[in-house]
Write a protein that binds this ligand. Structure first.
Ligand code: BGC
Length: 368
């Protein structure tokens, strides 16, 4: 793959769109990866929402509508659990983590297909709301069919956003993760402006989002940059998403640039971005999707050249058959830990649909 040649870049983008379209299930779900042992057969709201955003930017309206209908059906399926979570929080007896909504779903919306997973994660429920609103704004889509599912999701997030839970990487459920807060806040803010909620709920979504932003800027930042979790001084590459595409931290806020620079100083090597400094998963390689998030943040800061360099790096991770992996081992943080994951789950997830979607999304951003 030589992304410097426009024809190969075009081929990769086309392959990304058709791959995502062809793997979308009849139910509308986006599988995380068609082949990787631990992801096969599951859809995450986090991956799915960002995949939908990439496909929406690329103009695949029907695919994205089908995905959001799937999300809405899944949320409705868990209505009783959401009501219990909301009631429990109001009564001061919050549900145990194991009874909160899962992070990955089988394509029929089922909980876990029998496997244990690091399930209690809140970010994806914010991210789907954010992506739905972005899609509506981009294509003038009618969001009223989603009103009840949006309302349920808002109630769930408003009641529970302060709870520690697993992060984007399904780790550290004892912490309050700043990226998770950003996704939840961005989702609530998006829901408040969709025009599908009753006035009281829309106002509550907006004020809760504002409270979360204050909380993030007060407790989730040190030395002028956002941090991985409340109380940590480290960064996590997922933080760049809060600047773009989520826009939860405005690009002209001083914390935005300082966060991007801190992530780059700690986690970027030659355009490839690591998740966090202590990562050992598959040896702690570089994730093309994170280079794309860094690129989107760079573009939001007005640095299109920096953004284009990240895109080129991400594109250059494609295999000969134009598949994008979850991570590459060009620069490993913990090389001695790579083999144990290969033994456990097989080779790195390839293709990973989220990687394909982020390349699409950043390429579209740079076209504008
Ligand atoms: C990642 C998650 C992702 C999942 C499916 C995990 O290894 O940590 O962020 O949602 O894979 O792609």
């Amino acid at each position: 793959m030589t992304p410097a040649e426009p024809s190969s870049a075009r081929a990769l983008l086309e392959n990304s769109r058709s791959l995502i379209r062809s793997l979308q299930t009849a139910e509308g779900a986006y599988p995380a990866s068609p082949t990787f042992s631990a992801y096969k057969g599951f859809c995450w709201f986090r991956d799915g929402a960002f995949i939908a955003d990439g496909m929406s930017a690329a103009g695949d309206v029907a695919s994205v509508d089908a995905f959001f209908s799937w999300c809405a059906r899944v949320v409705r399926q868990y209505r009783d659990d959401i009501v219990s979570a909301v009631d429990g929080a109001a009564a001061g007896t919050p549900l145990p983590d194991a009874r909160m909504l899962p992070a990955r779903f089988t394509f029929d919306g089922g909980r876990d297909g029998g496997d244990e997973w690091w399930d209690f994660q809140l970010d994806g429920f914010g991210t789907w709301l954010w992506a739905l609103d972005a899609h509506g704004a981009r294509h003038g889509a009618d969001l009223s069919p989603y009103a009840d599912a949006v309302a349920l999701t808002v109630d769930y997030l408003v009641s529970s956003w302060k709870r520690p839970c697993f992060d984007w990487w399904e780790e550290h459920d004892e912490q309050i993760h700043v990226s998770t807060l950003g996704c939840v806040g961005a989702g609530l803010e998006a829901a408040s402006r969709m025009g599908v909620l009753d006035e009281g709920r829309a106002a509550l979504a907006a004020t809760t989002a504002a409270t979360i932003r204050d909380y993030v800027l007060t407790h989730g930042a040190i030395d002028g940059h956002l941090v991985k979790w409340v109380g940590s001084t480290a960064v996590d590459a997922s933080l760049t998403a809060l600047i773009a595409p989520l826009g939860f931290i405005p690009a002209d806020h001083p914390v935005a640039r300082t966060t991007v620079e801190a992530v780059e100083a700690e986690l970027a090597v030659d355009g490839g971005v690591h998740r966090f400094a202590a990562d050992t998963f598959y040896g702690g390689g570089q994730w093309p999707l994170l280079s794309c998030f860094a690129g989107l943040a760079r573009a939001a800061l007005g640095d299109n050249e920096g953004a284009a360099a990240y895109l080129a790096w991400a594109m250059a991770t494609a295999t000969e058959s134009l598949d994008l992996p979850e991570q590459v081992d060009r620069h490993l943080l913990a090389p001695e830990r790579r083999q144990e994951w290969i033994d456990k789950w097989g080779e790195v997830a390839t293709p990973l649909l989220w990687s394909h979607a982020m390349v699409l999304r950043l390429a579209k951003e740079l076209e504008r």
